[in-house]
Design a binder for this molecule. Structure first.
Ligand code: DUT
Length: 243
């Protein structure tokens, strides 16, 4: 399997181009160790998506630096950097084509067996297999309509097929029931052991068992720790827990 990356944020600030006012991210300091699962939680607009989108350089930092395995990402070829990172976005991006074509987007060399293995881990294989045409089922205007949760599971499978070193799940389990979510996380633990995983979530239950949880508030990290530690020390975390 692949080796996870270490990711270091050092004094990172970030504003979207042309935006005035307060930066979206302010003095972010965070180390993600290889193979760690890091939960990220915080209210809407607190900067969670912005934070993870800086890692593959979808945007560049305004100041400070992000290092992947010790190398400043500004010095890396963005294409090579992105090859190691899979982001599952909040809103699934599927196109008109078969399920298999959709799953292969990003790694067209995967075998049917690898596709099925990833689909299994993402809890997608059984609903795919239940279609008369299975993996050849057409999606889109002329094809079947999938539920929000089914789309999310396909997006997760697509990311796993790429065998990334860094897996980022950006609030992409919100449409899943907790059993499905738990099953996927269990599979990730075995398959993705060694993969550095960042998991943005709305629900505390989604991140409770992470190695560490990052609490974001208004562009700042206001807490980093385990669930138990944050329950004792982080007011914002306790507020999210109680809401
Ligand atoms: N923002 C922009 N331009 C963008 C994206 C976001 O100006 O293209 C602003 C909106 C918000 C801040 O940046 O004020 C942080 O947004 P982000 O999406 O990073 O926050 P979040 O914590 O991921 O919010 P949510 O939970 O709603 O996804």
């Amino acid at each position: 399997g692949r080796q996870g990356c270490q990711i270091d944020f050092e004094h990172v600030s970030f504003s979207y181009e042309g935006a005035s006012g307060e930066p979206v991210l302010k003095n972010i300091n965070l180390t993600c160790l290889p193979g760690e699962t890091i939960g990220i939680i915080g209210s809407t607009g607190s900067g969670k998506s912005s934070l993870v989108n800086l890692i593959p350089r979808f945007y560049d930092v305004s100041s400070g630096s992000i290092r992947v395995d010790g190398v400043d990402t500004q010095e890396l070829d963005p294409a090579k950097l992105r090859d190691r990172i899979a982001i599952v976005p909040q809103k699934s991006i599927l196109f008109s084509g078969t399920i298999e074509e959709n799953l292969l987007w990003g790694n067209e060399h995967a075998s049917r067996e690898e596709i099925m293995q990833a689909a299994n881990m993402a809890e997608a294989h059984s609903f795919i297999a239940a279609f008369p045409e299975g993996y050849e089922t057409m999606l889109g205007q002329r094809g079947v309509n999938l539920s929000g949760g089914q789309k999310q599971r396909l997006s997760i499978a697509r990311a796993l097929i790429r065998k990334p070193d860094v897996l980022i799940l950006d609030d992409c389990t919100s449409a899943l029931d907790t059993t499905t979510e738990t099953n996927i996380k269990e599979s990730l633990k075995s398959f993705a052991s060694g993969v550095t995983c960042l998991l943005i979530a709305q629900r505390i239950t989604s991140v409770m068992d992470a190695d560490k949880i990052v609490v974001m508030d208004d562009g700042e990290i206001v807490g980093i720790g385990t669930h138990e530690a944050l329950m004792k020390s982080c007011r914002v975390y306790v507020e999210i827990f109680q809401s």
